[in-house]
Ligand binder design. Sequence first.
Ligand SMILES: *[C@@H]1O[C@H](CO)[C@@H](O)[C@H](O)[C@H]1NC(C)=O
Ligand SMILES: *[C@@H]1O[C@H](CO)[C@@H](O)[C@H](O)[C@H]1NC(C)=O
Length: 367
Amino acid sequence: MANNRGYPHFRRFLSRRQYILTTALFTISAFVFSIFLLLYGFAPKEDDILKDDTRLEEPQQSQSVQQQVSDENLWGASLSHGLHPCIKPTVRHKAAQGSDHYITVRSNGGLNQMRTGISDMVAVAHIMNATLVIPQLDKRSFWQDTSTFSDIFDELHFITTLQDDVRIVKALPKELESIPRARKHFTSWSGMGYYEEMARLWKDYQVIHVAKSDSRLANNDLPLDIQRLRCRALYRALRFSPSIESLGKKLVERLRSHSGRYIALHLRYEKDMLSFTGCTYGLTEAESEELRIMRENTNHWKVKKINSTEQRVGGFCPLTPKEVGIFLESLGYPPITTIYIASGEIYGGEARLSELKSRFPNIISKV
Ligand SMILES: *[C@@H]1O[C@H](CO)[C@@H](O)[C@H](O)[C@H]1NC(C)=O
Ligand SMILES: *[C@@H]1O[C@H](CO)[C@@H](O)[C@H](O)[C@H]1NC(C)=O
């Protein structure tokens, strides 16, 4: 159940969508990086971090940084910078249409990407005046997670929270199960006009099946109320199921009782990520080859030939464990800091993790 498994679909847009790709992969590979930039407004030049390992490794430099950063700056609550939640509908927001048109959807990608995709599908169902059937989750990704929607999310909460916005049902009505459906891959990054156009399908079909959830509605000049609906879906309606909530609380309690403060690090340095992105910097020849073969054999990863150097220079690679260590140290976190590894198995295992451990020995993972 790790994040961001659906990245293959970015690749097709590599040339056309450089900007979006950069933003997306940046989020994937350096989630913690962006959090810290946000929290502390401390922005080391990318060059310093990525290209000039040797200079950053000089201990004097990081130690001098360490002395300057106060505890409050490292751990205190960040300023909101005037940002505030923006999820209330305006007076112009239209209510859910009691529609007998249905949208079924198979979500794709990792958990994080599916959450965004599901929120987009809520908005799409609203735009198209359709009833949304509880989405299926991706069961074919690298992680082979067989969980259903209700295993992960609080289904009833999802349905009732959005009841004024869109009608959501657990399953298609029996009588519609076997009728022909329109099968669509909605074009990613489309605007309102596209979905209004798609609503013409209702002339011929009562059910539209959407094979992927990566509509990627953000930043397409959507009306304010659609953006707010996406936020309501994402931040209010999609709540984890009670069993996951309680497990999460237990983990946090244990971490807190262990050390009080800790950093949860989504170190996205996992086999599938490196294979898919072709990022082999610092890996052995044998490892690079293993990743190349994996990419070759994964049908839904369309880009096979990747120049690792260019990927890295272009900023499309996750930070290595070592780089994350350098980064956190430079921010001023002391070596005793507890770091919880939130991601899956790190490629290269203990040996590679030791490059982070040498700076931060208190590393805890769930395995
Ligand atoms: C949805 O329904 C509303 C109100 O009935 C209508 O004005 C609008 O055109 C419909 N939208 C689509 C995409 O069919
Ligand atoms: C990869 O790209 C770099 C920089 O553009 C270039 O110097 C190198 O020769 C390329 N490697 C291969 C194997 O094509």
